[in-house]
Design a protein around this ligand. Structure first.
Ligand code: SAH
Length: 252
């Protein structure tokens, strides 16, 4: 009996940012697995089983999802944002790579979602209008030395940098360290954006500079964007500010 496993991105939060395809994939599943907070955004339909679990149990969850699908069930694993961006889709493929038989006969699909970086960008203008990169500051799965190297080279190459997982209770200082490192290569007036809980009722966005950024509060629901040399802030007559990065770049 062949089962189905869809790894689904729920977007950053609001219903309007849940794609119709992602919604359909969840509705189609017999059983839905995911981090408690993400599963909690959904309502089970009749006969549907929800299996929430802790955030740190990605590989266990991935293996369980494959095992359930191997029994012939239709399984959805849900992630916030996009499931391929620092999320569950890669965990599932890690298990599949280590044990290819675990995926035998299973129809695996990945259903994309709006990632936090794009949601944050949309609410402040167009900061990703030119070349950019995304770096997770979490050192659970890589060393801090690797993170430092990537930050340094991204700053040197003048990418706009989106920082995921900028801080947690266990790592309150790393965002400060990251900003200090970036400040070695970027001007103090570089535009920095702290986008908190984007799309949620308690969304808050601070547009500041690299020099002032260390004073801005930051938590695990924050996406930090550091502008490139050309990223700018434009002030509107109504007091609103936009941030954008022009599509062109002049060499100097
Ligand atoms: N798969 C997710 C990212 C998971 S990593 C995605 O594609 O968005 C978790 C990090 O994503 C958080 O620490 C934060 O940096 C960012 N994030 C997720 N949702 C967010 C939101 N609504 N507002 C701001 N940042 C968010």
């Amino acid at each position: 009996m062949s089962g189905q496993l869809t790894i689904v991105g729920l977007g950053p939060g609001p219903a309007g940012w849940l794609t119709p395809a992602a919604e359909a994939a969840v509705a189609d599943a017999d059983i839905v697995l995911g981090y408690t907070q993400y599963v909690g955004r959904l309502k089970p339909r009749d006969g549907q089983i929800f299996e929430p679990s802790d955030n740190r149990e990605e590989l266990v969850r991935a293996a369980r999802a494959l095992a359930l699908a191997a029994e012939g069930r239709r399984v959805a694993v849900v992630s916030g944002g996009d499931p391929g961006v620092f999320a569950m889709a890669a965990a599932v493929f890690e298990v599949v790579e280590a044990d290819p038989k675990s995926a035998d006969g299973i129809d695996i699909r990945v259903e994309p979602g709006v990632t936090a970086m794009l949601a944050a960008a949309a609410h402040i203008g167009a900061p990703l209008g030119h070349d950019f990169c995304a770096i997770s500051l979490s050192d659970n799965l890589k060393s801090w030395a690797t993170i430092e190297k990537r930050l340094r080279l991204a700053a040197e190459a003048d990418f706009v940098v989106a920082l995921y997982n900028p801080a947690s209770k266990a790592r309150p200082d790393q965002i400060g360290n990251a900003l200090a490192l970036l400040a070695e290569c970027r001007a103090p007036e570089t535009v920095v954006v702290f986008a908190r809980a984007v799309g949620r009722p308690d969304e808050s966005i601070d547009i500041t500079t690299l020099a002032a950024a260390p004073d801005v509060a930051c938590d695990m629901r924050t996406l930090v964007l550091i502008g490139s040399r050309t990223t700018r802030r434009i002030e509107m007559a109504d007091g609103r500010a936009w941030v954008y990065t022009p599509r062109f770049e002049r060499e100097d």
